[in-house]
Design a protein around this ligand. Structure first.
Ligand code: FE2
Ligand code: FE2
Length: 280
């Protein structure tokens, strides 16, 4: 099917929400330099609810430095630029859900787990920038969030079938809806004018053979997110029960079995800590 025809079908069924403005601004801050730190502070401070949420997290036992952190600028210094960026985007993605029941919590947990795993894999393999991998992991399944918001009954059926038949989301979505969370996600990414690297990850994180990307590094970022996604399934992160686990080619990522095991252990630990404070 031609892409435009598919998009037309998707748009008849799915409401594409606006991208949270705070997250959008934060997403475009790339350099960890003095002016970006100031800009990040300004963006957060301009939003009362983000300011209080982030200060609460900064003062949680996980980050706690024994001293009360009262300002956003101190929080950025203590917690770090990229973590603060991530917290803002993770919180925005949580807010994007129209309701936040168990199903939505699981979708959100999956994106948190994938972002943690992706940034660790990126650091370890140097296949992508850790910051970029972190954001890509957070946002890769945005299509699922939007589908669940738009057609909650059908999407609940999709999830039931994923568990009953132990097949992938993509297969069940294509069968029940005629499109999948990657095609929906690609459309959202373009509407939101996300950076091209994110658009590619959102659209192709389940693609087996990549279309030609003309020598850019998107493919590597996609591979990192794919492996991170698989690690979450492997560890049972965000799942009711373990599903058929895709084989993770850690050697293909340049990791030894031992390093891969260590990496999984770190994902588990960091995920447990961050999930607890972000869900407060
Ligand atoms: Fe996905
Ligand atoms: Fe995923």
């Amino acid at each position: 099917m031609r892409e435009e025809a598919l998009e037309e079908i998707i748009l008849k069924t799915v409401d594409i929400p606006g991208f949270p403005p705070v997250a959008m601004k934060v997403l475009h801050l790339t350099d960890n330099d003095y002016s970006s730190l100031n800009e990040l502070e300004e963006i957060i401070v301009s939003d009362q609810s983000f300011t209080s949420r982030l200060l609460r997290i900064a003062n949680s036992p996980y980050y706690g430095r024994g001293k009360v952190i009262e300002t956003v600028s101190t929080a950025i210094i203590f917690i770090g630029f990229s973590t603060m960026k991530k917290l803002v985007i993770a919180a925005s993605l949580k807010d994007l859900h129209k309701k936040f029941g168990l199903l939505e919590q699981r979708l959100w947990e999956h994106s948190l787990g994938t972002s943690i795993a992706a940034s660790l894999i990126a650091t370890e393999t140097q296949m992508a920038k850790p910051d970029e991998a972190l954001i890509a992991g957070l946002i890769h399944d945005i299509g699922k969030t939007v589908l669940n918001n738009s057609i909650p009954e059908s999407y609940t059926r999709v999830i039931e079938r994923v568990y009953e038949e132990e097949v992938s989301f993509m297969e069940v979505e294509d069968d029940l809806l005629g499109f999948n969370h990657c095609s929906v996600g690609g459309l959202i990414a373009r509407r939101w004018k996300l950076p091209e690297s994110l658009e590619v990850v959102i659209k192709h994180h389940h693609t087996k053979a990549f279309p030609a990307f003309e020598g850019n590094s998107f493919e590597a970022l996609c591979e990192v997110v794919k492996a991170a996604d698989a690690i979450c399934l492997n560890l049972g992160i965000s799942l009711r029960r373990p599903l058929n686990i895709p084989f993770i080619e850690f050697e293909h990522l340049g990791l030894s079995e031992e390093n891969f095991e260590k990496l999984q252990e770190r994902v588990k630990k960091i995920y447990a800590e961050q999930r607890a404070q972000l869900l407060e």
